[in-house]
Design a binder for this molecule. Structure first.
Ligand SMILES: Cc1ncc(COP(=O)(O)O)c(C=O)c1O
Length: 394
């Protein structure tokens, strides 16, 4: 047979082939090409990165800082991350060996899972949770074990619900608070109960604190700063949300030397180093970005209160989120599934929301709405949802 007549055929790896596509994707595909759509769907700030941060990156390019950095990240940036964690949470990390600069929290999540999991190892996650958690665990050969969280518990993960799910194979608990999609925060007491549980069962805790700076009137608790938790917690932090830097792709992991060394090993073979310009921008953000964070948080807070009040007024009972930039109102009274509601709302009123089920079965009966959106758009979206509800009243 001539070479050009051969049929190309390749088998995608079983693990990737079996991975369910993200439930969020479908809605972005539906929106493509539609006019007049208001999106409460995307999970990112509507701000551009503060100018002085952008400028720091521009200067770094002008100065010719265009090469790779150390695999672990620029030493000045690691030092600044350590300073930040010490100032904010009174926890001390050695920039030489306990901190790795990554391509967003996304890469850090992937690295930590690949570093600690053997095939079949189990990782406890909340349901609902960020879509990448189960995917990263599966791609690393592990098994996600979902533990229900309910509105009655303010969507907090409770130690007593985790404990019965622990088996010989349980390796870690992955926490993500403030939470995507619910906006829930964990109280210090509940975190301490989880810390005690993890110690009793010799489990690693991975704490994704990407939204840690976006909290409204509640205490920001860093999990690794809890008594005796530093050695067994891998803290994941980032720049995307607090500094409006989603496109820069930068984050970090801080924790146990052995785990950070393992993560660095994978990172050096697969990534070499994180983008140099983004590292220079992040250095500026940590050194001088605090007023920007405060200003954005105040603004998100105004929109948060407006959206929560708005949903309650139009008859969708809305749990008050204390962190991140999402509301998670209940649509149970409509009798529609979250998926149906979201699709019909998009088709009939051109408002994008994400069905709670995209984040797990416990998200049924809820929709995720991001309020990092212009106030006028939030107002118009609420009007359209109100009209939609009236039209579909039983
Ligand atoms: C809970 C959570 N963790 C991690 C990420 C990804 O963060 P990064 O932009 O740093 O990769 C997101 C993005 O939406 C998120 O919601």
């Amino acid at each position: 047979m001539a070479i050009e007549d051969r049929q190309y055929s390749i088998q995608i790896s079983k693990c990737v082939a079996e991975l369910a596509p993200s439930g969020i994707r479908k809605f972005f595909d539906l929106v493509a090409g539609m006019d007049g759509v208001i999106s409460l769907g995307v999970g990112e700030p509507d701000y551009a990165t503060p100018w002085h941060i952008r400028e720091a990156a521009i200067y770094s390019i002008e100065k010719g800082y265009t090469m790779y950095t150390s695999n672990s990240g620029m030493p000045e940036l690691r030092k600044e991350v350590a300073r930040f964690l010490n100032d904010h949470y009174q926890i001390s990390y050695d920039p030489l060996g306990e901190i790795l600069i990554t391509v967003g929290v996304s890469e850090a999540l992937d690295l930590v899972m690949r570093s600690i999991l053997n095939p079949g190892d189990e990782v406890i996650i909340a349901d609902p949770c960020y879509v990448s958690y189960p995917a990263c665990i599966c791609l690393a050969g592990g098994q996600p074990v979902r533990v229900d969280t309910r509105i009655e518990d303010n969507f907090e993960l409770r130690a007593e619900k985790i404990e019965p799910q622990i088996t010989q194979r349980t390796k870690a608990i992955l926490l993500g608070y403030p939470a995507n999609p619910t906006g829930a925060m964990m109280s210090r007491e509940n975190l301490i109960e989880i810390a005690e549980l993890a110690r009793r069962h010799n489990l690693t805790v991975i704490s994704d604190e990407i939204y840690a700076r976006l909290v409204y009137g509640v205490e920001e608790v860093c999990f690794s700063s809890l008594p005796e938790m530093k050695e067994t917690t891998i803290l994941l932090g980032g720049f995307s949300k607090a500094y409006a830097m989603t496109g820069w792709r930068l984050g970090y992991a801080a924790g146990n030397r052995e785990v950070i060394a393992a993560m660095t090993k994978i990172h050096q073979f697969t990534m070499l180093s994180s983008p140099t310009m983004a590292q220079n921008a992040a250095l500026e953000a940590l050194k001088f970005g605090e007023p920007d964070v405060r200003e954005m948080v105040e603004d998100y807070n105004r929109r948060r209160l407006f959206m929560v009040k708005g949903f309650n007024e139009i008859g969708l009972s809305c749990f008050e989120p204390k962190g991140a930039f999402y509301t998670f109102p209940s649509i149970k009274k409509t009798g529609m599934s979250a998926d149906d509601f979201s699709e019909k709302l998009l088709m009939e009123e051109k408002v994008v929301v994400v069905p709670g089920t995209a984040f797990g079965q416990c998200g049924e009966g809820h929709i995720r709405c991001c309020y990092a959106t212009a106030m006028s758009d939030i107002e118009e979206a609420l009007n359209r949802i109100d009209r939609f509800l009236k039209k579909h009243e039983a």
